[in-house]
Design a protein around this ligand. Structure first.
Ligand code: ADP
Length: 577
C-alpha cells in the first residue's frame, strides 16, 4: 500500500518532470526563434548601415576620379593644386587618404604626404586598372583601412589613372559602437575587421569549432544546432555572450561576412519560466489530488476500522445472544422439569392428604351406609306392617343418603384428579364449599365449630378448581389439627370482596410457632412418622396460589389463633383472552 503510493507519487513527479522538460524544450525553441528573428534584423540593420556608409566612399572615389584637375595632371597640370583639391574633398567626406596615381602606381597627387607604399601591388589598384571599382581591406600603420580604387578613363577609353580613397574603419564604427548585440564583420580570411566590440578585433575563426585571438591563442567553441539555429557556447571573451545564437549574413559587395552573436539567455529564461509555471500548476493540482485521495483513504481506513469493530461487536453480541438463548432454553427446560416435579409433588401432596383423610372418608361413607341399611330394614318392616307411606319415607331417606355418598365420592374423585387446564374461571364459593364438605369428618373428629356462609352469587376467580380446593382443604385440615385439644375450637372462613379478592381462614388454635418458616418445604411441628404431617402442605399451597398470580400469607391473629389469607385475582374476560 505504502510502496504503491510512493511509486505513484514518484511516477507523478517523473511525469511532471517530463512534461516540464517538454514545455521547456518547446518554449526554448519558440523563444529562440523570436530571439533569432530580432537578432537577424539587428544584424541586417548593421550590415545595411555599413554598406550604406561604404557606398559613400565608393561614390566619392568614382566621382573624384573624373575631376578635371586630376585629369590635367597627365598633361603637366599643377600637382599642388590637385593635392589641395583632394585634401579638401577628403576632409569633407571623412576619407583618410585620397590620392591619384598613374597606371604604374606612381602617385600624381595626394591629400597627405604619408601614403601607403606599393600601390601598384594592391588588389584594389589592379582591379581599377581593369576598369572596375576595386575594394580591399588592409592594415596600415596599425589602422584598419578600406581602400577603394576607381579608374579614370582617358579620351581613348583606356584607363589612364586611378583614384584611391582610403577609409579608416574606425570612422565607420563611430556611430554604432557598443550599441546593439555583438556584431562583427569578417574579411576574406575570417578575421574580425569591423565590429561594435573593439575587443574582438582581429580575432579569427579557425575551423568550425575554434577561434584564435590576435595573440595566436586558440579557443574552442561548442557548436550546437537547436531548431535550425546555430548555437555557440564559448569562453573566449567576456565581451561575447557565453551562450549565443550565431547568425551570419554575407556581404559580397564588400567581400565580407556579417556575424551577430545574440545572447540566448532570454529564451532560456522564458522557457524556464514557462516550464516552472507548468510544473507549479501540475504540482499544485497533484498536491490537491493527493490531499483529496489521502483524505478519502483516511476516511476509508477509519470506516474499515469501524466496520471491523462493528463486526466484532456483532459477532460477540450474536455469540452472547446464542448463549443467552441456550440459557433461556436451559432455564425453560429447568422450569419445565420444576413444573413437572411440582405437579408430581402436588399430586403426591394430594394423595398424602387423601391418605390422611381415608379414615374419615371411610367413616363418612360408612355412616350413610349404616343409615341406608337401617332405613332399608325399616322400610321392609313398614311394608310388612302395610304402611307404605312410611316405607316410602324410608326409601326417600335412602335416596338422600345415596346422594350424599355420591357427592362425597365425587369430591374425592375431583380432588385426586390431575388438573390439565392451567387456568380457568373458577367459582370460589363452590371451591370453598367443596373443601368444607371434604373436611367434614376431620372437623367433626376435632369437634370444630365452622363459621362459613356460602355467598348467594358465585365469585369468579382465575385458577384451577382442584388445586384451589387443595389449598383450602389443607388450610382447614391444618386449622383442625392446630385446634385439637384447644378450649375454644372455632373455624371462621370469609370472603372479602375487594381488589384483589381475599379469603381468610381463621382458627382459635394456639397460633403459629414460627410464622416465617411455615411455607418452607418439610417444615412441620407435627409428630414425624406418625403419618400426621410431612411439612409439604403449605409449601405446595404457596406454589399453587403463586401460579394463579395470587399470594398466601399466614400470621397470628391479634385475638389469638392463626389467620391465613389467600389473595386471588378476580376473573376478567379480557385477561382470559
Ligand atoms: P404439615 O401440616 O404436614 O405439618 P404444613 O405445611 O401444612 O405441613 O404445615 C406446616 C406447619 O405450619 C405445621 O406443622 C404447623 O406448625 C404450622 N401451621 C400450619 N397451620 C397452622 C395453624 N392453623 N395454626 C398453627 N400452626 C399452623
Amino acid at each position: 500500500m505504502l510502496t504503491s503510493r510512493s511509486a505513484l507519487i514518484a511516477l507523478y513527479l517523473a511525469a511532471v518532470t517530463v512534461l516540464s522538460a517538454g514545455v521547456w524544450a518547446y518554449g526554448y525553441v519558440q523563444a529562440l526563434g523570436q530571439v533569432a528573428a530580432r537578432g537577424r534584423s539587428d544584424l541586417e540593420l548593421a550590415a545595411d548601415r555599413l554598406v550604406t556608409q561604404l557606398q559613400r566612399y565608393r561614390e566619392f572615389a568614382v566621382l573624384m576620379a573624373q575631376h578635371p584637375t586630376l585629369a590635367a595632371l597627365h598633361t603637366g597640370g599643377n600637382r599642388a593644386e590637385a593635392g589641395d583639391i583632394l585634401l579638401a574633398a577628403a576632409d569633407k567626406t571623412g576619407t583618410l587618404i585620397a590620392l591619384y596615381a598613374d597606371v604604374r602606381g606612381n602617385e600624381l597627387a595626394a591629400s597627405n604626404a604619408n601614403i601607403p607604399q606599393d600601390l601598384a601591388q594592391t588588389p584594389h589598384f589592379r582591379r581599377a586598372l581593369q576598369g572596375a571599382l576595386g575594394v580591399s581591406l588592409g592594415v596600415w600603420n596599425g589602422q584598419r583601412i578600406i581602400s577603394f580604387a576607381a579608374p579614370d578613363f582617358g579620351p581613348d577609353g583606356r584607363v589612364r589613372g586611378v583614384l584611391v580613397a582610403v577609409v579608416d574603419a574606425v570612422e565607420l564604427e563611430q556611430d554604432w559602437r557598443g550599441t546593439l548585440p555583438t556584431v562583427y564583420f569578417t574579411d576574406a580570411a575570417d578575421r574580425v575587421f569591423i565590429t561594435n566590440r573593439s575587443e574582438l578585433l582581429f580575432w579569427k575563426r579557425v575551423g568550425p569549432n575554434a577561434v584564435m585571438s590576435p595573440m595566436g591563442v586558440r579557443y574552442e567553441v561548442a557548436v550546437k544546432y537547436v531548431g535550425g539555429h546555430e548555437l555557440w557556447q564559448q569562453d573566449w571573451s567576456p565581451y561575447v555572450p557565453k551562450r549565443a545564437l550565431h547568425l551570419t549574413t554575407p556581404l559580397p559587395v564588400i567581400s565580407m561576412e556579417g556575424v551577430a552573436l545574440i545572447d540566448e539567455t532570454p529564451a532560456r529564461r522564458l522557457a524556464t519560466l514557462q516550464a516552472a509555471v507548468v510544473a507549479a500548476v501540475c504540482l499544485f493540482l497533484g498536491a490537491l489530488l493527493f490531499l483529496a485521495t489521502e483524505r478519502r483513504r483516511t476516511l476509508a481506513l477509519a470506516n474499515a476500522v469501524l466496520e471491523d469493530r462493528v463486526m466484532t461487536r456483532t459477532r460477540a453480541l450474536s455469540e452472547t445472544n446464542t448463549a443467552l438463548r441456550r440459557e433461556v432454553l436451559d432455564r425453560e427446560e429447568a422450569e419445565e422439569a420444576l413444573r413437572r416435579a411440582q405437579a408430581e409433588l402436588v399430586q403426591a401432596g394430594k394423595l398424602s392428604a387423601l391418605g390422611q383423610m381415608s379414615a374419615g372418608i371411610s367413616h363418612e361413607l360408612n355412616q350413610p351406609l349404616m343409615a341406608i341399611r337401617s332405613y332399608a330394614e325399616n322400610g321392609v318392616a313398614f311394608l310388612d306392617r302395610q304402611r307404605p307411606e312410611k316405607a316410602g319415607e324410608a326409601l326417600g331417606r335412602i335416596s338422600d343418603m345415596a346422594q350424599r355418598m355420591a357427592r362425597i365420592i365425587g369430591n374425592l374423585r375431583a380432588f385426586a384428579r390431575q388438573e390439565s387446564a392451567p387456568m380457568t374461571r373458577v367459582d370460589l364459593c363452590a371451591v370453598l364449599q367443596s373443601a368444607v364438605e371434604l373436611t367434614e369428618t376431620r372437623r367433626e373428629q376435632a369437634r370444630v365449630v365452622l363459621l362459613w356462609t356460602r355467598p348467594p352469587a358465585p365469585v369468579w376467580v382465575r385458577g384451577g378448581e382442584v388445586r384451589l380446593g387443595q389449598v383450602f382443604v389443607n388450610l382447614i385440615t391444618n386449622a383442625a389439627d392446630a385446634m385439637e385439644g384447644a378450649a375454644l375450637r372455632r373455624l371462621e372462613i370469609g370472603i372479602v370482596d375487594a381488589v384483589p379478592l381475599r379469603v381468610t381462614v381463621r382458627d382459635t388454635g394456639p397460633g403459629i410457632e414460627e410464622p416465617e418458616r411455615i411455607f418452607d418445604p418439610f417444615y412441620t411441628t407435627k409428630a414425624v412418622g406418625g403419618g400426621d404431617g410431612m411439612g409439604l402442605g403449605l409449601s405446595i399451597s404457596y406454589g399453587l396460589v403463586q401460579s394463579f398470580g395470587g399470594t398466601i400469607r399466614g400470621a397470628n391473629a391479634p385475638g389469638g389463633g392463626a389467620m391465613f389469607t389467600v389473595e386471588l385475582d378476580a376473573w376478567v374476560e379480557e385477561a382470559a383472552a
